[in-house]
Each structure stands twice: as C-alpha cells, then as structure tokens.
Design a binder for this molecule. Sequence first.
Ligand SMILES: [Zn+2]
Ligand SMILES: [Zn+2]
Ligand SMILES: [Zn+2]
Length: 108
Amino acid sequence: MDSKTHCSVEGCSDAIKARGLCVKHYQRLIRNGSIFKQEKYKNKTCSVDTCEETVVAKGYCKHHYNKLRSMGKIGTKKRCQVSNCNEPHHAKGYCTHHYYLHMKKANN
Ligand SMILES: [Zn+2]
Ligand SMILES: [Zn+2]
Ligand SMILES: [Zn+2]
C-alpha cells in the first residue's frame, strides 16, 4: 500500500506540503497553474501565423488548441502561392490552374 507521504509527482520523493505535492511542486502549481515544467514550450508562440499567444499544447495556444480539438484541424486554409491568385491550394504550392501551368512549363 502506498502511504501517500510523498509528493504525487512521478519521480519526486519529497515530503508532502499541500494538495499531495511537495513544497517545490506545490509552489510550481501555484505559480504556473501546472506542476509540469513548461520548458518545452517556453517562450514559444502559437503555430498559427497571425497568432501571438503562448503555446499550451502541440504547438498551439489555448484558443487554437481548443479549436484543433473541436474541429480536428486548424482552419488555416492554404492558398495558391501566385500572389494575385486566391484559389485554394492544390499541389506544390499552386491551385489546380497554376499547378497545371507550372507542370506544363516544367515539361517544356
Ligand atoms: Zn515534488
Ligand atoms: Zn493561437
Ligand atoms: Zn493559382
């Protein structure tokens, strides 16, 4: 049986201070809202180009991560790389029309 006298964080054997955590981990929980170190995503911003929010998971901010989870993907549609073209992306950075032109040119 586990006597529960140690911090509940895996790998930590310090004595419990509060809420099942040692002083160190309890303070981290208070400070960060999480017991986990946030090194991995430290100072990183959301993968969505226009978003400056801090990453919380999988490279996305809270907002976009929730969106990702609810929609299964982020709603950033890729567009044709031709500057005045607004068609959806088809292949190799081009829309169907420009991809066709690109391939035609490449084959000449
Ligand atoms: Zn601990
Ligand atoms: Zn974001
Ligand atoms: Zn195009």
